[in-house]
Design a protein around this ligand. Structure first.
Ligand SMILES: Nc1ncnc2c1ncn2[C@@H]1O[C@H](COP(=O)(O)OP(=O)(O)OP(=O)(O)O)[C@@H](O)[C@H]1O
Length: 376
């Protein structure tokens, strides 16, 4: 069983910290994806794993061997990147075959390996083309094919789906999963796109300013983001964020903000009692949990919050249709729109919306960590 144990990696560039005590443990069953915004340390982590950068603190143990300070050639690790290790004047075929030279195979065996990688990545038709004549997406696939013909202990991918059109994307993703299964090796990918991370990886970490914010299975992160940063980073359209005052009622507590009141069950008491008096909690409402009038009929919504909302606009944001709603006097919420054909969906009209309170996130006002009610 392949294993990778990364412990307490710290990497400085001058005074600035690019990786801040990064730790994770993986086995060959893991396709691990590290995602975060620009400059969060993703590439530095990949380069520390492949040996292009050496850490200032921490250790990297691959299959029980400490490789922390080994040079790239001393570790059996493949870095797959559109710009790394490819020869632009050589053909697609020769670039892939080159990766097999060290294995001293017969010409026939090399041909078999290369042909099967070409087929898997749908590159057969461009096998004789020099790389400088290829598109970004084709280059990306050549880089993956090169990795596929090698036998290494650890595969590293730098944004492998970033230049690939949506039609080809699913097939390349299948090819990456096939590589993972066939090679029985640990795969790690980095990407700035959390949706790519969730569809590619079975184990995902979110990184911000060199610090891992959360690590877990995609559904765990989506359902229980560790903090406000993670919730914002993985929400598209952006998370609706409101501040609410905590009020005491006869039966417990409620959160109050312009246009919205949320009753909190007694399970929240221990959490609320630890907060300073008169603090505001941060409420996070994902656009997709706001359900519009006509869809409310189909679900059991007896415990839901029902609100009257004024439609401000209907917009197209990154290919998704969204609706801007006003509740109360000035609170604006963004909701996903699934059915654009409803005649009531027009700016200036008023509709009823429903929100399941169990799906609303509450964050600590200072630490910004997700708050969870104590189970009875
Ligand atoms: N060789 C270097 N010299 C100096 N600073 C560097 C170097 N490489 C990275 N950095 C800095 O380290 C931090 C992390 O950079 P890194 O490239 O790892 O981020 P990233 O998450 O991969 O970003 P992106 O998604 O934009 O590629 C940044 O502040 C960056 O400026």
């Amino acid at each position: 069983m392949s294993t990778l144990n990364v412990q307490g990696i710290v990497k400085y560039f001058g005074e600035a910290v690019a990786l801040d005590h990064v730790s994770f443990t993986l086995t060959q069953d893991d396709f691990f994806v590290l995602t975060g915004p620009s400059n969060s340390g993703k590439s530095t982590m990949l380069h520390t794993l492949n040996g292009r950068e050496l850490p200032d603190e921490g250790s990297i143990v691959l299959n029980n061997t400490d490789i922390t300070f080994n040079s790239p050639s001393e570790r059996n690790v493949a870095l797959v990147s559109q710009t790394y290790g490819l020869a632009s004047q050589l053909s697609v075929y020769d670039n892939i075959a080159q990766a097999l030279h060290a294995r001293r195979l017969s010409k026939k065996a090399i041909k078999q390996h290369v042909q099967s990688a070409l087929e898997m990545l749908e590159l057969t038709h461009v096998q004789k083309t020099p790389l400088h004549n290829l598109s970004g997406g084709e280059l990306q696939r050549v880089a993956i094919a090169r990795a596929m013909v090698r036998n290494v202990d650890l595969y590293l991918f730098d944004s492998p789906l970033s230049q690939i059109d949506p039609h080809t994307r699913a097939r390349i993703q299948d090819a990456l999963h096939a590589l993972h299964r066939l090679k029985l090796a640990i795969c790690i990918s980095v990407t700035p796109d959390p949706f790519e991370a969730f569809s590619l990886g079975n184990w995902v970490a979110i990184i911000k300013q060199g610090k891992i914010q959360q690590i877990g299975k995609p559904h765990e992160i989506i359902e229980h983001p560790a903090n406000l940063f993670v919730a914002q980073f993985i929400s598209q359209p952006p998370l609706n964020q409101l501040e609410a005052l905590i009020a005491t009622t006869d039966t417990g507590y409620q959160l109050q903000t312009d246009g919205l009141t949320i009753a909190l069950s007694s399970h929240w008491r221990p959490i609320i009692e630890q907060l300073e008096p008169h603090t505001h909690l941060i409420i996070g409402i994902r656009p997709k949990i706001i359900i519009l009038e006509w869809a409310l009929i189909t679900s059991n919504t007896s415990t839901w919050i029902k609100l009257t909302a004024y439609i401000l606009s209907i917009d197209l944001l990154m290919g998704k249709r969204t609706i801007q709603l006003r509740i109360g006097s000035q609170t604006i919420l963004t909701a996903d729109v699934k059915d654009i054909h409803q005649s009531a969906l027009q700016p200036g009209k008023t509709i009823t919306i429903g929100i399941d309170p169990a799906q609303i996130y509450l964050f600590h006002p200072q630490t910004q960590e997700l708050l969870k009610a104590k189970k009875a």
